[in-house]
Design a protein around this ligand. Sequence first.
Ligand code: ADP
Length: 326
Amino acid sequence: MKKNKSLRVLSFIVIGYMLLALLWWAILLHRKNTEVFVLKSDLLKEQFMNKAGVANMDVTSMPEFQEIKSDYKRQMYMIFGEAIVFGCTLVMGMYFINRAYNRELSAAEKQKNFLLSITHELKSPLASINLILSTFIKRNLPNEKIKELSADGLKESTRLEELFNKILISTRLGQAYQFNFENANISDLISKSVDRFQNLHPEAKLIKNIQPGILHNIDQESIVSVIKNLLENALKYSPNEKHISVDLRKEGNETIIEISDHGVGIPKEEREKIFDQFYRIGSEDTRASKGTGLGLYIVKQIVQAHKGKIKVMNNDGLGTKFITTL
Ligand code: ADP
């Protein structure tokens, strides 16, 4: 990282030097051009004075002088014009190289974060399943305990499966995901998804405000995935108050889904970036919550495939509100 920084400083110094050299070259050429102009006008004046046999005369209104002057002006415009074009090209080139370089750096950072989080996400359920299986082998447990541990193991393996699904969907969304659009009752679909989520997470305090009977042309499976991802995030990033509301309504031709929580919120400057693949707020070393940075990427790809929009805003000063418009 430090090496990259000094390389960047060096490249700025080189570009700065080149710009100064360009300016100096333009000034020198301009000076030479002025000298030539002065010499040419003196020569012209001398010729006319000799012809007329006088000691002094004003030649500035003569056509010959006007021609020399317009020649001088043309040269001057050419010198400064070329200097400006070269300078701008250099600065623009530098700007684009710098931008591409920054993108590469942030992609590398995201990739590193993803690898760190994925390793963690894979390791912890695997470790739990290993522990459960080795307990089964080593100890003679009563039936009740076996049931309890098996349920825990199942939870962990479901988590693993969901993680792999996310990775798979996110890869396929960029290439060959087949959406199956049909006119469906989105009110029922969302209502059932919310109920299922509530059953899985009794600690969440879900409030449904769903206008019944809304029909929309959607791919049902992927819309369920949008709701699930947004609800999971709302719960995951609400350490204290777990009030989550789900609103669905029709406005003209548009179907609007709002999911709001009372959690940690998302700073303004992060709101564009959170939809990038692998992007997570903060650094993987300091972050407490588990995740992969894939959820919102998947959500946005699905919403866009439905020709819809998703935006994020403050939930009345506390927490976050995701508004999806289809
Ligand atoms: P993940 O949750 O796996 O990290 P996501 O793509 O779902 O990945 O979310 C990207 C980031 O956006 C998260 O790391 C989190 O910092 C932020 N985020 C998403 N939803 C919320 C929310 N409801 N409240 C606060 N932060 C959120």
